[in-house]
Write a protein that binds this ligand. Structure first.
Ligand code: SF4
Length: 340
């Protein structure tokens, strides 16, 4: 494990009890995360992108043990989180925190903002005399006035409330933040403001982010590296620019086709994303994307492709990734950035 690796995740699985019977009457667990391995480097923003239901939120929560993993290993600075009791984990919890999607539902409407920000400080034993000063610092850091502490969540706009959510995540001085769709519930006009605030705080405080989003424009705006998730597994990962310039997995290519382009004369390519995401309790055999992939051949239905390095720093789980690398012209379909 290199010095710059904060999190090391290996073959992580998170399965949930069966929700329903399959056509054959069988009940199988929902494999929300099903064998995911990756590293997060200190100071980077790793974007995790995929359609709704692909398991990305479950991955983020399991990684910091808000959910218990079914199997696999999670190392934080070399220490195995999966082997720790809740008591052993508590001092580490202040070092990794979470920003939730919808601040309206994640912040208690009966608490003042001051009380909301004090709550994690109380849990972790911060002295009363220090708490007031910390709340003031936090409000200042996220661009809210000091008197915001006296107000209640319903008195704020969505963008202001997400600033409160960010301030709460920062309360204990974490180093690693899981941001789960942090701007999905906000108007386009304020998305860029909140993302820019996250970038400023990252630079100022030396934070590392795992950014979970379904919107490729949001991920592109803020991420250094991007990993693409489909039906509980990673199918592609690369530096942001490499991935957006030349995606090598047909699923990533299809996601990029779905981005509306501001210029009607430009085309993003020819890989339409068709059909629905299959049931994660009954995923397709071999390559899980074969039921929706326009390039599927017999081998795709018979053999699971390895998630392997196709070029330096760029991994993909597709039998034909090398062929796409050799053939494909760069897509050049950069997404419109939030607020642009
Ligand atoms: Fe498509 Fe086959 Fe590649 Fe899967 S392995 S993404 S089905 S071409």
């Amino acid at each position: 494990m290199g010095d710059d690796t904060v999190f090391q995740v290996r073959d992580l699985q998170k399965h949930f009890p069966p929700r329903h019977r399959l056509a054959a009457g069988e009940r199988r667990p929902v494999r929300a995360v099903d064998g995911v391995s990756f590293d997060v480097r200190r100071g980077e923003v790793l974007g995790i992108v995929g359609e709704s239901g692909c398991g990305k939120s479950t991955l983020g929560r399991t990684m910091i043990r808000l959910l218990e993993p079914t199997a696999g290993e999670i190392r934080f600075e070399g220490r195995d989180l999966t082997a720790m009791s809740e008591r052993e984990l508590k001092p580490l919890r202040r070092r990794f925190q979470m920003i939730f999607q919808d601040p309206h539902s994640s912040l208690n409407p009966r608490m003042s903002v001051r009380r909301i920000l004090e709550e994690p400080l109380i849990t972790h034993g911060t002295a009363r005399s220090d708490r007031r000063a910390r709340v003031k610092e936090l409000l200042d850091a996220v661009g809210l006035p000091a008197d915001a502490g006296q107000r209640y969540p319903h008195e704020f706009s969505g963008g202001q409330l997400q600033r409160v959510g960010i301030a709460r995540a920062m309360a204990l001085g974490p180093e690693f933040i899981v941001a789960d769709e942090p701007v999905a519930a906000l108007d386009m006009s304020v998305q860029a403001q909140v993302l820019n605030l996250m970038i400023e705080l990252k630079e100022e405080l030396g934070l590392t982010y795992l950014l979970i989003a379904h919107d490729l424009a949001v991920v592109e705006h803020i991420s250094d590296r991007v990993a693409v998730m489909y039906l509980g597994q990673l199918v592609e990962s690369a530096d942001r620019d490499a991935l957006y310039r030349q995606p090598l997995h047909p699923y990533t290519q299809a996601l990029m086709q779905a981005i509306p382009l501001p210029d009607p004369t430009r085309s993003g390519g020819h890989v339409p994303l068709r059909g629905e995401v299959p049931d994660p309790a009954d995923p397709p055999s071999a390559c899980r994307f074969h039921t929706r992939c326009p390039f599927a051949e017999d081998v795709c239905r018979e053999e699971a492709p390895a998630f392997r390095q196709v070029r330096p720093g760029h991994r993909a789980a597709c039998h034909f990734a090398e062929r796409f690398l050799a053939q494909a012209a760069p897509m050049g379909c950069r997404s419109p950035r939030p607020g642009s």
